[in-house]
Design a protein around this ligand. Structure first.
Ligand code: FAD
Length: 671
């Protein structure tokens, strides 16, 4: 018999780090019954990850809490590159903007992981009953593969062990509450994993009454680099470890180095490198290279590493400048290795995300971002399936889309960290040294990658691009339902709305009240698909006729909109239609728009938040959305967006049949 009491849940999430919390957040917003467990007794209070990419802030905004991160964080505006001149003296060689101007309405910021976890926890509380169950870890996993494709089956059975107070609060995390400086080593990759030990301790104490059995439809292993879930599935992390060891200090610095409040990459002639990351609350994070050999150098015993050693190494690199501190908030040391998981899912029932499937050096500030973006990609899909909107076939796109991103990340990090850890070349003849010109180019290119907005998903049944998913993804083939339903978006209709990429944002005005909105603000993460109609210039009769015809086709009782929306539910509950017309705003009334574009409900009357116009605002300038999106202001176009704001399809206002085919490729008929 299954140990303890047995219960059922739609999704079980293991691990409440950034990846697990993002997963829980989606389920909270989509009304899914989920549980999230973590072996630790508390959230993180300081240290660890700190960088937030523009794309991550856009995602936070779609859940309504980017403002908190934006306000509390330190904003990264400029990067300075420092390296030796021809006499070997350290000097500033370049200044570049941190975030490429114009890329996003947000710029990269830094704020420690503990605060970010707090925003998630508050948002979960506000929107759901999902709470982190701490001191709980899985002990046994059974998967009934035969039931994997049965819609309503619970093919997963997990025995959960509830830990005692001592077990869930390991030594060092307890000692950090007082005066002692927080030491990140116990969570770092230089420390052994304690999962087995915790399970054995719990078992030895015979606390079998503290076990329970959970049956789940889906499970997500967000349990970090040592992932227990990954080990149960027998999946490997592939890649290599280098011997480069880096130290990290979070301090309030006392220094004569002039650029301590900007992000800096410092290469000394022979004494290693430093990355400076100015942080919130007067803190500065320093990443300091401790060893200068990639392979075969003296192995470093981690118990020998102290903040003093890291500080000494920093002073060697920074000379002739000096650095000291009175206050240290946190410190750690880690070894660089780049590895990616062989599989991201087992039968699209058990998934792995975050550090469980990719590890790399933290300097580029990617780990937390990419981890959250994994579950941001995955969990609307699981929610769509559980809510009966989509077929299970869309779940295959998680691996095809995210494993390729992980591979790109590992390749980027490999290049970047070797350029960073190497000694600068003395001149062009110095072949073993790193060319500073190459470093600067890599840094500038890296900035686009590191912003997160360059993500470009390949062709699949949810991205109507030419080519196949096997070519454009990680090799996973995501089959179309049938060739007849295959459509290809017309990229030429909007030069800056790229198929497979996230919808960019420009300001538009609400037709009804003239308030300016960044268009992305309207694209809330709530699990809905969207069709954005660029209606063009509706003051021209011919264009208004085209728009009205589209409205009639969408409103027809047999239209795909009705077929995919459950009877009795609001017409925008599965697919929401938004309009942006090109004006002029004052020559058209809301009631001139066909009703399907501003639906009516008995309780709330007309919906005033569906129709927008590209026009100058009273107080915030002119977004010039049509020009910036690259859409013809007279004729417009139609765009299908996924619930995560990635562009699925582009077409003309007449292409209703194509829209139908696109959605028919994976959506379930409800009506
Ligand atoms: P994690 O944050 O590792 O979360 C995993 C969670 O699962 C933890 O809460 C853990 O307690 C829980 N868990 C693990 N095993 C089990 C189990 N068997 N049962 C139940 N629960 C379990 N990234 C950056 O971007 N910038 C940085 O500066 C940076 N510095 C870092 C410094 C250190 C010391 C470390 C360890 C990581 C650093 N990272 C940094 C990486 C970043 O923290 C991770 O990429 C990010 O946290 C990954 O999120 P995750 O949710 O996948 O995993």
């Amino acid at each position: 018999a299954a140990p303890g009491k047995t219960s059922e849940v739609d999704v079980l999430i293991v691990g409440a780090g950034p990846a697990g919390l993002m997963a829980a957040t989606w389920f909270a917003r989509c009304g899914i019954k989920a549980r999230i467990v973590d072996k630790r007794g508390t959230k993180i209070y300081n240290g660890q990850a700190d960088g937030l990419q523009c794309r991550t802030l856009e995602i936070f905004d779609s859940f309504g809490f980017a403002d908190r991160a934006w306000k509390e964080s330190n904003h990264m505006i400029e990067i300075c590159l420092w390296n030796p001149n021809s006499e070997g003296v350290l000097r500033r060689s370049d200044r570049i903007p941190d975030t490429i101007p114009g890329l996003s309405r947000f710029q990269q910021v830094v704020l420690h992981q503990g605060r970010i976890e707090r925003f998630f926890l508050d948002s979960l509380k506000e929107h759901s009953d999902i709470r982190i169950e701490r001191g709980v870890m899985p002990e046994k996993l059974t998967f009934n593969e035969e039931d994997a494709e049965k819609e309503d089956a619970y093919p997963i059975e997990v025995v959960l062990q509830h830990l005692s107070d001592e077990e869930m609060n390991p030594e060092q995390s307890k000692s950090t509450a007082g005066a002692a400086v927080s030491d990140g080593l116990f969570r770092s990759n230089l420390a052994p994993d304690d999962t087995e030990e915790l399970l054995q301790q719990a078992a030895a104490k015979g606390r079998t009454s503290s076990r329970e059995t959970v049956r789940a439809k889906y499970m997500i292993g967000c349990d970090g680099a040592h992932s227990w879930t990954r080990k149960q599935l027998g999946f490997a992390l592939e890649g290599e470890q280098t011997d480069y060891i880096w130290g990290v200090l979070d301090i309030i610095p006392i220094t004569d180095f002039p650029d301590i409040r900007v992000r800096c990459a410092i290469h000394s002639a022979n004494s290693g490198s430093i990355m400076v990351i100015p942080r919130e609350n007067k803190l500065v994070r320093l990443y300091i290279q401790m060893t200068t050999t990639e392979k075969g150098g003296a192995t470093v015993n981690r118990s020998n590493i102290t903040p003093d050693m890291i500080l000494k190494a920093a002073n060697k690199t920074l000379a002739p400048y000096t650095l000291s501190y009175e206050y240290c908030d946190w410190w750690t040391a880690y070894q660089i290795g780049q590895r990616v998981g062989s599989n991201f899912s087992k039968n699209e029932r058990i998934f792995l995300a975050g550090d469980a499937v990719h590890t790399h050096s933290p300097k580029a500030g990617q780990g937390m971002n990419v981890s959250m973006q994994d579950t941001y990609n995955l969990c609307w899909k699981i929610s769509n399936v559980l809510n009966g909107v989509a077929e299970r076939s869309i779940l295959k796109t998680y691996q095809s889309e995210r494993r390729r991103i992980a591979q790109d990340l590992i390749a980027f990090d490999h290049r970047f960290s070797r350029l960073f850890s190497g000694r600068p070349a003395k001149d062009v003849m110095d072949e073993t040294g790193i060319s500073m010109e190459e470093f600067k180019n890599a840094f500038e290119k890296g900035n686009l990658f590191a912003s997160g907005v360059a993500v470009d998903y390949g062709s699949s049944l949810i991205v109507a691009k030419p080519g196949s998913s096997a070519e454009q993804g990680d090799g996973t083939d995501v089959e179309q339902k049938s060739d007849k339903l295959r459509v290809i978006g017309k990229q030429e209709l909007a030069s800056n709305i790229k198929l497979g990429m996230r919808m960019p944002s420009f300001k538009v005005l609400n037709q009804s009240d003239a308030r300016p909105w960044h268009f992305q603000e309207v694209l809330r993460s709530n699990g809905k698909w969207r069709i954005v109609i660029f209606a063009g210039d509706l003051s021209k009769k011919e264009q208004m006729d085209r728009y009205k015809k589209l409205g009639e086709a969408l409103a027809a009782p047999t239209s795909f909109l009705h077929r995919f929306t459950p009877a009795g539910k609001p017409i925008d509950s599965v697919i929401e239609i938004l309009t942006i017309h090109s004006g002029p705003r004052t020559e058209i009334e809301l009631h001139d728009f066909p009703e399907i574009f501003r639906p009516w409900s008995k309780r709330e009357g007309w919906d005033y938040w569906k129709i927008y116009v590209d026009a100058p605002s009273y107080h915030e300038g002119f977004g010039e959305a049509y020009k910036n999106y690259g859409v013809d202001a007279a004729k417009g176009c139609a765009v299908i967006l996924r619930p995560d704001q990635y562009v699925s399809w582009l077409g003309n206002l007449e292409d209703v049949q194509e829209m139908d085919h696109f959605f028919s490729g994976f959506m379930k008929v409800r009506n």
